[in-house]
Design a protein around this ligand. Structure first.
Ligand code: E4P
Length: 217
């Protein structure tokens, strides 16, 4: 399973990249706004900075447009920034049309705001490189986000779809483990959830004892 970090914060991207386990980055308009990125020039520069940090990893950059023509124009501009940019397109009618157009024109896409297996089938039919089910937001609505990942994994396997399942809206280290278990191809996570995977109280207790005994050596 690939690990992406879900942030537009350059310091956090650097920290995750320095761990040596980072395969890419996902952003969205909320995450970009949180970093105070405003205006086309600043947006383009920020994506360039992210691409520079992650090297060969995929970087999802989301369009703001919602009509076919504007999504295509905006997506082409984003894709021209760097060969690692993946154009993130919302799961709407014009979004699906645009994903098919991008696929036919060799531009990779990430279909975002996916909350059902039916939407995931459409994204795969249109040729999306990634489909992003938002599991944390599903859990917030009293449904089971991990169950949706499992269902999509089963459908894609039976149907032979090549679209990669990118589990998004991750809230915890446990979410990452569960997504790995049911067949997510990628997890995009906040830095805290990635670092949460390191934690186990028996590791801390064991290390303290080893360090204490090391003094007797
Ligand atoms: C990533 O692609 C999504 O935009 C992101 O994971 C959404 O996460 P949230 O539900 O925590 O905003």
């Amino acid at each position: 399973m690939k690990f992406f970090i879900d942030t537009a914060n350059l310091a956090q991207i650097r920290e995750a990249h320095d761990l040596g386990i980072l395969d890419g980055v996902t952003t969205n308009p909320s995450l970009m706004a949180k970093e105070g990125i405003k205006g086309e020039a600043a947006i383009m520069q920020h994506y360039k900075d992210i691409c520079e940090i992650v090297g060969s990893g995929d970087v999802s950059a989301e369009v703001f447009s919602t009509d076919f023509k504007s999504i295509i124009e905006e997506g082409q501009k984003l894709a021209a920034i760097d060969s690692n940019i993946v154009v993130k397109v919302p799961m709407i009618k014009d979004g699906i049309k645009a994903i098919k157009w991008f696929t036919d024109n060799s531009i990779r896409t990430n279909c975002t705001l996916v909350f059902s297996a039916g939407q995931a089938i459409l994204a795969a039919k249109a040729g999306a490189k990634y489909v992003s089910p938002f599991i944390g937001r599903i859990d917030d609505s009293n449904w089971d986000g991990v169950e949706l990942i499992a269902q999509i994994a089963q459908i894609y396997s039976v149907q032979g779809f090549k679209t990669e399942i990118l589990a998004a809206s991750i809230r915890s280290a446990l979410h990452i483990v569960k997504c790995a278990e049911v067949g997510a191809d990628v997890c995009t996570c906040p830095l805290d959830s990635i670092l949460g995977l390191l934690k186990h109280p028996l590791t801390d207790i064991g290390l303290a004892k080893f360090l204490e005994d090391a003094k007797k050596m």
